[in-house]
Design a binder for this molecule. Structure first.
Ligand code: ASP
Ligand code: MG
Length: 441
C-alpha cells in the first residue's frame, strides 16, 4: 500500500486536480490511498463562516457561503466535460451548500462549527471522485469519518484507526485505488471533528502507519524541504534525505512544508515519508527515513512570534525543586515551552502561545522578578550529529558575530542547535547562516 497526500493548492484548480489524477495512476504496482485536503482557500472561508455564525452575524455568514458556493460552481464547470458528470458534481455542490444553509438557521455550537469545517475535504474528495469517474478510473471513496478517530484529549487513536481501516480495506480487497479526506475525524463523543489546521499531513501519516504502507508521499508545490527559507534567502537547495528526528525539528521550528505532528505515526511504523512536488513530479524531493544519513548541517529554520519570560531570583541559588515549581505553572495553563536556559540565579524560557501569558506571569511573580520580551524568533540549525561537530559550532558563531543572540540551546539533542534572536534580526541571521554554513548567498 502506498499513501499519496495532496494539499490544497494541488487540488485548488480543476487543471491541478486533473494532474493529480495522472500522478496517482502513473505507478499502479501497489494499491494506493490518496488523501486530499480541501481546495486552497476553502478551509479559511469555512473558518470565517463559522466565526460569523458564532458572533451572530448571519448575514455575513450567508454572504460568505454564497461566495464560496459560486467558487465551486465555476470550479466544476472546468472539472468535468460530460453533462452526466457535470450534473453529478452540481448535485454534490448543492447538497453541501444546502447543508451549510441549514446550519445557518440553527443555533450555533462548537460541534456545529466542526461540521462546517468538514465540508471542505468532503467536497474535494467527492468532486475528485466524479472526475475519476469521468476518466473511467476505477476507485473507491473511503469515508475518513468511518475510521479516523481521536480520543477525549484530541489525540488520534492509532490502534483503533488501524482496526477500522484494515476492516474496510479487507472488505474491498479487489480495489486498487482509494480516495479519502485529510483533516476530518470523529471525536470521543462520536461527533465530526478535525486534526487542527494543516492536519491532512497528519491524516496521511496516520493512514500510512495504520496500513503499514511502503511509503507516505506528501505532494505539495515545492520540491521537498529546503536548507533555508526560500522567501528570505536568495539561494536554497532541496535536502535529499533527512531522518525523522531531523525532520521533526525542522517541521516544528518553522519549515512550513510539513506539519510537525505528522512525523510520529510514520516514524513509529518506520514508513518512509517523501516530500514531492506536483509541479515537478520528477524532482527527487526529500526522503525522510529512520536512518540519519550523512553527518553535518542540513538546514536552518525560523519560528516567529516567540515570547521570552525571564525569572530572576536569588532564592534559586542552590535550591532544588525551583524549576519544577516554574514548570508547573506552564503545565497548569497548557502552554508548552520551546527553549530554556538557566544560570544559577535566573531562568529564561520561551513560549509561542501567549494566550495565557497574563495568568502565567501572575503565578510566576512569587518566585522572583519576572520580565517578558516579545517579538523573538527561534533560529534552529538542524543536522545529524551537529552538536558534536566542533567546526560547525565555530562556523555557526563566526557567522553570527553581528547578531545579538539572546539565548542558545545546545546539547538537548544531537541534531539541533537553536538560537533566539530579536525578530528584527531574523532575515540577516538566515542570510548570514546561508553563507556561513552552506556557502550560499
Ligand atoms: N484543509 C485543512 C486546512 O486548511 C487541512 C489541510 O489542508 O491540511 O487546514
Ligand atoms: Mg497543508
Amino acid at each position: 500500500m502506498k499513501i499519496m497526500k495532496f494539499g490544497g493548492t494541488s487540488v485548488g484548480k480543476p487543471e491541478r486536480m486533473h494532474q493529480v489524477a495522472q500522478l496517482i495512476t502513473k505507478d499502479v504496482s501497489e494499491p494506493r490511498i490518496v488523501v486530499l485536503s480541501a481546495l486552497s482557500g476553502t478551509t479559511n472561508s469555512l473558518v470565517a463562516i463559522g466565526e460569523a455564525m458564532a458572533s451572530g452575524n448571519r448575514e455575513q455568514a450567508k454572504e460568505l457561503i454564497d461566495k464560496l458556493e459560486a467558487h465551486y460552481q465555476s470550479f466544476i464547470k472546468e472539472l468535468v466535460k460530460t453533462d452526466k458528470l457535470y450534473a453529478k458534481a452540481k448535485s454534490i455542490v448543492s447538497e453541501h451548500f444546502e447543508f451549510l444553509n441549514i446550519i445557518l438557521k440553527i443555533s450555533f455550537s462548537e460541534a456545529l462549527s466542526k461540521d462546517i469545517l468538514a465540508q471542505g475535504e468532503l467536497l474535494s474528495t467527492k468532486l475528485f471522485s466524479v472526475y475519476l469517474e469521468e476518466k473511467g478510473i476505477d476507485h473507491m471513496l473511503l469515508p475518513a469519518l468511518e475510521f479516523m478517530t481521536i480520543d477525549a484529549q484530541d489525540e488520534p487513536q492509532l490502534s483503533t484507526i488501524k482496526v477500522k481501516l484494515s476492516r474496510i480495506l479487507q472488505q474491498n480487497s479487489d480495489k486498487k485505488l482509494f480516495i479519502t479526506q485529510g483533516y476530518i475525524c470523529r471525536n470521543s463523543r462520536g461527533e465530526v471533528d478535525n486534526l487542527k489546521r494543516g492536519g491532512s499531513d497528519y491524516t496521511a501519516s496516520l493512514v500510512a502507519a495504520a496500513a503499514n504502507a511502503s511509503v507516505c508521499e506528501i505532494w505539495t508545490d515545492i520540491d521537498g524541504m529546503h536548507n533555508n527559507d526560500p522567501r528570505i534567502v536568495k539561494k536554497t537547495l532541496p535536502i535529499e534525505q533527512l531522518s525523522f528526528e531531523e525532520a521533526a525539528e525542522l517541521a516544528y521550528f518553522g519549515a512550513k512544508i510539513l506539519h510537525p505532528t505528522c512525523i510520529w505515526p510514520a516514524q513509529q511504523q518506520k514508513v518512509p515519508v517523501k516530500l514531492l512536488n506536483t509541479m515537478a513530479p520528477e524532482a527527487l524531493g526529500t526522503t525522510i527515513t529512520q536512518e540519519a544519513g550523512s553527518v553535518g548541517v542540513k538546514a536552518v529554520a525560523a519560528k516567529d512570534g516567540i515570547i521570552t519570560i525571564n525569572i530572576k531570583s536569588s532564592r534559586m541559588l542552590l535550591a532544588y525543586g525551583f524549576l519544577r515549581k516554574i514548570f508547573e505553572v506552564f503545565e497548569k495553563y497548557r502552554t508548552s515551552i520551546d527553549m530554556i536556559t538557566t544560570s544559577e540565579v535566573a531562568v529564561s524560557v520561551t513560549i509561542d502561545n501567549g494566550g495565557n501569558l497574563m495568568s502565567i506571569v501572575k503565578e510566576l511573580e512569587p518566585f522572583g522578578t519576572i520580565t517578558v520580551e516579545h517579538d523573538h524568533t527561534i533560529i534552529s540549525v538542524v543536522g545529524n550529529e551537529i552538536a558534536q561537530t566542533k567546526d560547525i559550532l565555530s562556523k555557526l558563531f563566526d557567522a553570527l558575530t553581528p547578531i545579538p543572540v539572546r539565548m542558545v540551546s545546545y546539547g538537548g539533542s544531537k541534531h539541533n542547535v537553536s538560537m533566539l534572536v530579536p525578530s528584527s534580526y531574523k532575515t540577516t541571521t538566515l542570510q548570514l547562516l546561508n553563507k556561513g554554513l552552506f556557502g550560499l548567498e
